[in-house]
Design a protein around this ligand. Structure first.
Ligand SMILES: Cc1cc2nc3c(=O)[nH]c(=O)nc-3n(C[C@H](O)[C@H](O)[C@H](O)COP(=O)(O)O)c2cc1C
Length: 263
């Protein structure tokens, strides 16, 4: 579990921009919905195109019950600091949006909401994706961190020894959703590590695996979800035409593995 029981936030804003990695945004939104959070969604123009390209779905198919707002609608109620929202995340965040936000520019609703979140001192989680990073990207991240934003780069960890895309993606999704104030997710917890090399190390790794397995067993459902079957292309990779189904199965598996059974 990622924390003690606290009331979960009732309303959050999620922005999706044109950086690669929209699958993380979709997973985060579906976890939030499943945990009973009201999700307000703003997708940038390029965000919509990249989402369709990478996940094969439109913004209107991200999740049932999502409240969508047009990125150009600066008259939307969410544009005001008076609108009660607990927190906001931009997943993924392009260097374009990052740069504008870091410099106080808010020409669209996504940027306006992020700017409002900062001025109202509410949690703002920024999930940037770019590689390599130039000095301006790094300076903009530093500026935003100093303004109070949490920067969660899309840089998956391997210390939990992932063996699938689901295991690679789920911990980052859990971190993002937890930072928005949601507790009670099923996510692996680091319990200490070992080096690999000598027989002694190998034994220690074996013990670590036992610890992780015991942890998985103690958290109902975690680790027991089958990874999405490869699409019926029958070779090791999904066919281009099956890729959408592959991604949707992956998203479903990430969400199921993170949300407790009673949600
Ligand atoms: C397929 C694709 C992938 C992209 N990936 C990234 C990325 O990972 N990071 C990034 O900063 N920009 C990326 N871009 C470029 C942004 O989409 C572009 O800078 C755009 O102006 C961002 O606009 P937005 O901030 O309004 O969404 C990508 C574009 C495409 C078409």
């Amino acid at each position: 579990m990622t924390g003690a029981k606290k009331p979960i936030p009732t309303r959050v804003i999620i922005g999706i921009t044109g950086a690669s990695g929209s699958v993380y945004g979709v997973c985060a939104i579906r976890v939030l919905l499943k945990m009973g959070v009201e999700v307000h969604l703003i997708v940038s123009e390029t965000g919509e195109k990249v989402l369709r390209y990478e996940c094969g779905i439109g913004a209107d198919q991200i999740g049932e019950g999502v409240k969508r707002h047009d990125v150009s609608d600066l008259f939307s109620p969410v544009a005001s600091g008076t609108y009660p929202v607990a927190s906001m995340a931009i997943v993924p965040c392009s260097m374009n949006t990052l740069g504008m936000l870091a410099n106080g520019l808010a020409p669209n609703l996504l940027l306006r909401c992020a700017d409002v979140t900062l001025k109202e001192c509410r949690p703002l989680v920024i999930v940037p994706r770019e590689a390599p990073l130039n000095a301006s990207h790094l300076e903009n991240m530093l500026r935003l961190a100093r303004m109070g934003a949490r920067i969660v780069p899309l840089a998956p960890a391997f210390y939990h020894r992932p063996t699938s895309l689901r295991e690679l993606i789920a911990p980052t999704v859990a971190r993002i959703v937890s930072m928005l104030g949601v507790t009670g997710l099923r996510a692996p917890v680091w319990t200490g590590g070992v080096q690999v090399g000598t027989q002694e190390d190998e034994d220690a790794v074996g013990q670590l695996r036992d610890v992780l397995r015991a942890h998985d067993a103690s958290v109902p459902g975690w680790g027991s979800y089958p990874d999405p079957a490869l699409a019926p292309g029958q070779d090791q990779r999904p066919k281009v035409s099956d890729y959408r189904d592959f991604v949707l199965d992956l998203i479903g598996a990430v969400v199921e593995s993170l949300c407790p059974n009673d949600h």
